[in-house]
Design a protein around this ligand. Structure first.
Ligand code: GAL
Length: 655
């Protein structure tokens, strides 16, 4: 699929007169662009009226790109329905939980369950695929765009019908649904599927399993659109198909989605002003690589500098575009694409940076764009090479959805709970894979299970089996509390992991916090733990009994004061150490735990540096060393050492 790394961006020529198109090709050549994503928002221009298609301009654009040596990732153009479609068929519009109908004038104004939308989208995709399947410029298909980005769920009557069909398929008969949802509670018993509604605005909290099933259904409803278009493409073309993901995006269970793309692509816009954005971006690359498995993954969208959609939009620092690009390559990407090629002069995104800025070619941004193009052209030998990892961090959409519902012991941010561990390993120079509930854990020496509230017996067995064959295991608070129907596990919290860990959890004791969402460390009331592993914690404590584990830290405050906060069951008879952390640790505490986990598991960093801002990742036979900091930093690795200047990236050979 790749002779060169993909380099380029979303190209929206319909915003420009044709004389600009020639200039685009000239500048793309200067910048080393290899691929342009074309047609993402072109529906209204390609089908200006119902059934009237105009492909002449797109033929021209694709031919020009081809003549200029730029390949095309061709979109199916279904992401923004044209106004005529809404005028003729208002039933395509999505409806919110409170009954609000979302209208035209923006984008993504369609209900995934709308039969009308599906019919028109299928027709457009068919026409595009039919016309361009054999065009030599077209090397891949880009289905729709960021499914669910603005409209993750639709609560319309048509969506209600689709939800019921999805439930009938899942449960078979209504009494099975009643059991699974626990409808004996609050007089919620249903006599037939026809009575079941999406979780629309209601007087009080809505049945949790109804909410979770609606989350599952909504992810599947969006995925069904992708599958519909993919089948249309597949009938006519064998070129690879993708749709762009959005990192840790709550509304779509990407483990399921990743099965339906030929290569994974991701759109990532870390905030240059956010000090945690670099490890967060690393985590996003890691989950994309993990979702892709044996398939390639590509960074499909990023900004060359600022975005336009935050309240304040910081530019990337000098060199920041390159560092984040090479971070992606280091973590497995086979291409670096941008939103967008040429900065718009009209419309909502005119202040969003691009590869060709308003100020033109004699600019910092365009120079950085050209320099990266040259650098990527020299890195082709990374294509297809692997990023080794001995550590798995489990990530589970059901647990995300469940943990962040209302009517829980405390509002916990699932991503924050998970990434505390990813980031501590990042700081330690250890590369992490993410694993789903059903991923094999066979190749890992350290398995981390953060706040996996919803479990199956199978995942409990798989984690226990990993420990039994010698892997070190860490489980954290709010893991293994509920089954797939959100019923509390029989036999107590932690289920079968209680015996693996040698602990029992009796009661939860989150620290009071009247109105803050528990996702930003600075806003969560802190406390501390003391003992061999002492440090600050955020928000959570619980009453734990360490029946067969050593207590390494105890809570200092509240109901759980004096009781175990961090425990370790020692390795024995070939089985690895089993850790339990009953709270959300501060960075420093997580670092201290991770140091012990690395010692227990024998996992070592690929390189070491005293600077927390140095990132080191091995890919294939190369070691990528990135100094994100503003001061020089010493780095050492097996067989080498270097001083990295502020902002420097170095790619060295490594065995
Ligand atoms: C993405 C989207 C692009 C563009 C970009 C701006 O969400 O796919 O079309 O809007 O954001 O950051």
């Amino acid at each position: 699929m790749f002779d060169t790394l993909w380099y380029g961006g979303d190209y929206n020529p319909e915003q420009w007169a044709p004389d600009v198109w020639d200039d685009d090709v000239r500048l793309m050549q200067r910048a080393g662009v290899t691929v342009a994503t074309v047609g993402v928002f072109s529906w209204a221009k390609l089908e200006p009226a119902d059934g009237e298609f105009d492909f002449a301009w797109l033929d021209d654009v694709i031919d020009r790109l081809h003549a200029g040596g730029v390949a095309v990732d061709l979109a199916t153009a279904t992401a923004a329905p044209p106004p005529w479609l809404v005028r003729e068929h208002p039933d395509v519009l999505p409806v919110m939980a409170d009954g609000t109908v979302l209208g035209v004038g923006s984008r993504q104004h369609y209900s995934p369950s709308s039969a009308t939308y599906r019919r028109y989208a299928a027709r457009l995709a068919e026409r595009i695929v039919h016309r361009y399947a054999d065009h030599p410029a077209v090397i891949a298909w880009h289905v729709n765009n960021e499914y669910g980005c603005h409209v993750p769920r639709c609560y319309s009557d048509e969506s209600a019908v689709a939800f019921r069909a999805w439930l009938a398929e899942r449960y078979g008969d209504i009494e099975t649904l009643n059991d699974a949802w626990g409808t004996a509670f609050w007089s919620q018993h249903y006599a037939s599927f026809e009575e079941v509604m999406p979780p629309r605005a209601a007087p009080a909290s809505i049945n949790p399993t109804q909410q979770l099933d609606f989350d599952r259904f909504s992810s599947d409803a969006l995925l069904a659109l992708h599958v519909m278009e993919s089948e249309i493409i597949r009938a006519r073309s064998d070129k690879p198909i993708t749709t762009n993901f959005m990192g840790f995006f709550k509304a779509a269970d990407y483990w399921a989605w990743a099965q339906h793309v030929d290569f994974v692509t991701d759109d990532a816009y870390p905030d240059p002003a956010d000090p945690r954005a670099i490890p967060y971006a690393a985590a996003v690359r890691d989950i994309m690589r993990s979702l892709a498995g044996d398939k390639p993954w590509i960074l499909m969208e990023q900004a060359t500098s600022a975005v336009n959609w935050r309240p304040r939009n910081a530019p990337k620092p000098v060199g920041g575009f390159r560092r984040l690009s090479l971070q992606s390559i280091a973590r497995g990407a086979d291409g670096i694409m941008q939103f967008q090629w040429r900065q718009s002069v009209r419309g909502s995104e005119k202040f969003h940076s691009a590869m060709v800025p308003h100020a033109g070619e004699d600019t910092r941004i365009f120079r950085e764009v050209c320099a990266l193009g040259e650098e990527l052209a020299r890195l082709t030998d990374v294509i297809g090479t692997r990023v080794p990892s001995r550590v798995a961090v489990m990530f589970d959409w059901d647990s995300w959805w469940a943990l962040e519902q209302t009517d829980t012991p405390a509002r916990v941010s699932y991503v924050h709970a998970v990434l505390a561990w990813h980031h501590a390993l990042w700081r330690a120079g250890v590369t992490v894979d993410f694993a789903s509930r059903s991923s094999s854990l066979d190749s890992y020496d350290l398995v981390i299970v953060p706040s996996m509230q919803v479990v199956t017996p199978e995942v409990q067995e798989r984690v226990a089996a990993a420990r039994e064959r010698g892997a070190t295991v860490l489980v954290t608070y709010q893991s293994a509390i509920l089954d797939l129907g959100l019923g509390v596990l029989p036999g107590g919290y932690l289920g079968s992991w209680a015996s693996m860990l040698g602990v029992r959890v009796e009661e939860f004791a989150p620290f009071a916090h009247p109105d803050q969402y528990f996702d930003a460390p600075s806003t969560v009331p802190g406390s501390a733990v003391e003992g061999a592993l002492a440090g600050d914690i955020e928000g959570w404590s619980e009453v734990v009994h360490a029946d067969a584990a050593e207590v390494l830290a105890t809570f200092t405050e509240g109901l759980a004061a004096g009781g175990p906060a961090i425990t370790r069951r020692a390795p024995s008879e070939g089985a690895g150490a089993a850790w339990y952390v009953a709270t959300q640790p501060s960075d420093a505490l997580a670092d201290a735990v991770v140091a012990r986990l690395l010692a227990d598991s024998g996992v070592t960093p690929v390189a070491t540096s005293a600077s927390p801002e140095v990132e080191a990742v091995r890919r294939g036979e190369k070691l990528f060393l990135i100094n994100h900091g503003a001061t020089a930093a010493e780095v050492e690795w097996d067989g080498g050492a270097a001083t990295l200047e502020p902002g420097e990236v170095r790619v060295v050979a490594s065995a």
